[in-house]
Design a protein around this ligand. Structure first.
Ligand code: FE2
Ligand code: FE2
Length: 336
């Protein structure tokens, strides 16, 4: 993919340095200063896009950017400034998430039951217009076109039953050996059906900060061994909160006249995630915590982040639409 358009001084410096093949001391200092000055780090366009660009070096990289920069020490120092601020902001957002002595799957269920964030799926089922659907898919494409990849980084950090459970879930996410059944590919098909460019990273320039905030959180959890339990808690929460909303999203598309070929992404999640929910909560998170009780707090923190960031994205979309505005930064690029 090509490098996204800069959104401020930091992403401008980062783009220039990446294309030059060297991360400058000035860019590292700018990252430190940007992180320190950010009033709302999780909604900061420049900060979140910069972090997403740093992480993307671990996924598919960028046209014209040397792959060797992935492990460049200055790049990692720059990223660490952003990560520290991002993590502190996540803590502020979720509040404390202390574990109790109850089985962790029950604690996850209770956490989800207590969530009172806005329901985007209910809105999309009943009211979402074709244009709002395109905006929603544009925002979500930042994640779904790499669906499962961020959590997958956690697999080598696990062992035993927790690892086996995670692999079982991820194998389904990756289509069980069939490229066209990969969830990322099902999502891409749905984008194309709605007239959007489904190229990997093609709509980054239109996506608002909250789209990157969600994926950056998963990347941070997946790429740091220290946050492996949060990665699992996050994944478990995604699985546990997917089945019913997916049914609603599917019905929203059918209300607009779309058929099974388009709704298959959601229909697949209605079925698969009803199964994944148990595997994720009981086998994956339960086994991890049974091995090491001290990880329970992080499991819950990861889950709480998932809920809170879903709420942030839903609030962003619904707030913009209520005000009669687009929720995107620019018009989504329509497929040619
Ligand atoms: Fe999926
Ligand atoms: Fe799933």
């Amino acid at each position: 993919m090509r490098l996204p358009e800069p959104r401020g001084p930091l992403t401008t410096a980062l783009r220039d340095d990446l294309l030059a093949g060297e991360v400058s001391a000035a860019a590292v200092e700018l990252a430190r200063a940007t992180a320190e000055a950010a009033a709302e780090p999780l909604l900061d366009e420049d900060l979140q896009l910069a972090l997403a660009v740093c992480y993307e070096l671990h996924y598919r990289g960028f046209d014209g950017v040397d792959d060797v920069l992935e492990w460049d020490p200055d790049m990692l120092t720059l990223r660490a400034h952003l990560e520290r601020r991002h993590l502190a902001a996540l803590r502020d957002l979720t509040g404390p998430t202390p574990a109790t002595g109850d089985p962790v799957d029950q604690q996850l269920t209770a956490l989800i039951a207590a969530d009172d964030g806005p329901s985007l799926s209910r809105y999309m089922a009943r009211h979402g217009t074709p244009e709002q659907w395109r905006e929603y898919l544009t925002l979500r494409s930042v994640y779904h076109l790499k669906e499962a990849d961020p959590h997958t980084f956690a697999i080598p950090r696990l062992s035993g039953r927790a690892k086996a459970a995670m692999v079982e879930i991820q194998a389904d996410e990756y289509g069980g050996g069939s490229a066209e059944r990969m969830h990322s590919e099902l999502f891409a098909g749905m984008m194309r059906d709605l007239g959007l460019d489904a190229g990997y990273g093609a709509l980054w320039d239109a996506a608002p900060a909250v789209a990157f905030t969600a994926v950056n959180t998963m990347s941070l959890f997946g790429l740091h061994r220290r946050w492996r339990a949060a990665a699992l808690g996050h994944l478990a929460c995604v699985e546990m909160t997917s089945s019913e909303p997916s049914r609603r999203y599917s019905s929203g598309l059918r209300r607009l006249g779309h058929g099974e070929g388009t709704t298959v992404f959601y229909d697949e999640h209605v079925e698969a995630d009803a199964v994944h929910e148990q595997i994720a909560a009981v086998d994956m998170c339960g086994s991890l915590v049974a091995e090491d009780r001290s990880l329970a707090d992080d499991v819950l923190f990861g889950a709480a982040c998932s809920l809170a960031l879903d709420g942030l994205a839903a609030g962003h979309l619904l707030g913009a639409w209520e005000a009669g505005r687009s929720a995107l930064r620019a018009e989504p690029a329509l497929a040619a």
